[in-house]
Design a protein around this ligand. Sequence first.
Ligand SMILES: [Zn+2]
Length: 111
Amino acid sequence: MRIPCPFCGLRDVAEFSCHSDAARIRPDPASSDTAAWTDYVYNRANPRGPGSEYWQHNHGCRAFLIVERDTVSHAIIGARLARAENPANDALLARAQKPAKAARIAKGGRA
Ligand SMILES: [Zn+2]
């Protein structure tokens, strides 16, 4: 299986790690709705067919991607940068990066 990283090109899946389902919607952090948080943290839909997942290019540019993948055939449909869609993804990226790189990103630099 190969993933098309927007920065590095077509790379082997061994260079990446899968993080989570990208279609889940996180509850408002200020919310104390226990049922909503329990559902978000513990329940997974495990859909059959095309879906989107967060992947990180650990052994490359370290960027977080949203990869569209068919869970039946494992065919990669496409990949795009996660932070391009939602600036809130910068927090996820900053936690996974080395401290110096995270500070550079927080100042608006490249990942
Ligand atoms: Zn890359």
